[in-house]
Write a protein that binds this ligand. Sequence first.
Ligand SMILES: *Cc1c(COP(=O)(O)O)cnc(C)c1O
Length: 517
Amino acid sequence: MNHSSDLSARAAPGAGAAGGETVLGNRGLQLEEGLIFEQNSDGATGVDLPAAPAAADRLGSHRRQGRIGLPGLSEPEVVRHYTRLSQKNYAIDMGLYPLGSCTMKHNPRLNEAMVRLPGLAGAHPLQPVETVQGALALIDELAHWLKELTGMPAVAMSPAAGAHGELCGMMCIRAALDARGETGRRRVLVPESAHGTNPATAAQCGFTVDTIPANAQGRVDLAAFRAKLGDDVAALMLTNPNTCGLFEPDIIAIAEDLHKAGGYFYCDGANFNALMGRVRPGDLGIDCMHINLHKTFSTPHGGGGPGAGPVVLSQALAAYAPRPWVVQGGDGYDLVEHEGGVGEAKPFGRLKGFHGQMGMFVRALAYMLSHGKDGLRQVAEDAVLNANYVLASLEDVMTVSFDGPCMHEVLFDDRFLNGSGVTTLDFAKAMIDEGYHPMTMYFPLVVHGAMLVEPTETESKRGLDEFISVMRHLAARAKAGEADFFAAAPRLTPRRRLDETAAARKPVLRWREGVGD
Ligand SMILES: *Cc1c(COP(=O)(O)O)cnc(C)c1O
């Protein structure tokens, strides 16, 4: 393929590139980078293998007829390709990542040092248990602290993400209902501010979703909630603090009424960062809650690593937790992996190969132990303080959606842009030119043009002040009527404004030779 003609096609106006200012499309030392397939030189390779010895053909009609289609590149070409791509990626190690609800906090390097200890890094999940006693002890200790922090008697460690944890929790609820013989309880109440994974999980588990409206304060409308209770209600799925960044003050009354009506209380614990060390969900009447180790407990995510979503369970649901789990007996630790578990256990099945995300368990435990009880409590306090600092510093130029202080994230809506011709999306694109990953946009759905900012506790005051100054500057430009400036953003990125509708509706997911330039 002719590399330069490919680049000029990209640099054409509207194609999104910088606009042909340089010969190869490079911008300073930010190098333009095509697909690896476009860099193919047939036959090029990074290794030099001897010819395979002749062998009888055992594949017969299964033998591949065409070319496999993998690109041929030398080792330095491959290294440069991925290094250039990596430099186009924004990361928490580069700057503030204020995605509300995602808790993009610093990943401490101490965690990384621990997980690379040879005994842990080299462990294999199929090793005999007597050779991995330390790893099992580590899972057991992490489980202990998760139960301690949440005030819950049991935890399922294996779910691999928040949404996977939701699946685990809702399957426990379904198993518990089936055990009660209540197969008619199939309605799940979900507040309208809920994360999309909540209704999706409920539907996936065969429940119908019934939405509860928010009140004018952005909280669950208690009267509407009570009106929806009935003997077909299986569960409520509530986030606290909710996705408007607000604490649900009626949570204890909600739990009591729900339990009286025979339903279970699922709490989406993705926002546990705001409560840790201060409130125990078990004391609020919650029956199950997933905890995103990759949010609250600082394990890398957002492209940085796999998630991990252990689920804490109340006494009412503990028996249904999926296999496997760690037990401690006279001979040390063991994993319960097979039918005929232990005691009262009635596991609904198994969710994942092996025992969960071991590398994330190590990091999360390192984070807990290095912070200690007082440190974890301070994490929650500083996260809330930082969000309120952003709120107080911007409320005169942007519109805060709900009155009063927030928890760990602050919700703005687009009323401050009214009449300016600038949308939430335009505003976010202009932030990119200023070197900021945008905040969460258009979520939650309870306000118009939402902008949800979660600074987390790991940002310094200086970093927050810089962010605030940029937001104030952009708000002033929007109000000054500079709609064209915003419509043209981002101007400084490797690609300009993309046609996002076309990208969503007609995605090109596969490269084919000679197509798509
Ligand atoms: C992040 C998040 C989830 C989903 O967690 P994943 O690990 O991304 O699956 C669910 N609910 C809320 C409120 C979240 O913020």
